[in-house]
Design a protein around this ligand. Structure first.
Ligand code: SF4
Ligand code: SF4
Length: 134
């Protein structure tokens, strides 16, 4: 039996394919993300909002290129050290704890997600990652 503390390698290993950086309704950015990324790009937060974000309902999302990829995707994430919380969290999200079937559904869009793992182990790993991130 594998240990929940070995979460990453056991249930997920990013293949760096970039599929999660394309489409899917956009990457939400909050005010903390905006301040951090703007500082990294050496622009003012208002310049970043105007130049790199789009509105999606009441939220701001990162703008997309005409090919559907995030504005910051160029064979890799060009703002990796400061990428938004939503990108840093993937694929360890709360909804998996509500229904572990969400993990297996997410695997359809992320080749790094392993599905040949027991539900109990997936839940234990996700809980551990969320605990560390909180
Ligand atoms: S879709 Fe999954 S495997 Fe591909 S870059 Fe995103 S996180 Fe990594
Ligand atoms: S910020 Fe980086 S990781 Fe997040 S969607 Fe854009 S390119 Fe992908």
């Amino acid at each position: 039996m594998t240990s929940p503390s070995a979460a990453d390698a056991d249930i997920f290993e990013c293949r760096r394919c970039g599929d999660c950086c394309r489409g899917y309704g956009g990457t939400v950015v909050d005010e903390a993300d905006i301040r951090t990324i703007a500082r990294y790009l050496h622009v003012k937060p208002e310049t970043f909002r105007a130049g790199y974000c789009d509105r999606s309902g009441s939220r701001l999302v990162l703008a997309q290129q005409s090919n559907g990829y995030c504005a910051f995707w160029d064979q890799l994430c060009t703002i990796h050290p400061v990428k938004p919380r939503m990108c840093r969290a993937w694929p360890y999200i709360e909804s998996i704890l509500v229904d572990v079937a969400n993990w297996r559904a997410m695997a359809g869009m992320c080749p790094g997600i392993r599905t040949d793992v027991a539900d109990e182990h997936i839940i234990a790993c996700v809980k551990e990652k969320l605990r560390i991130a909180s």
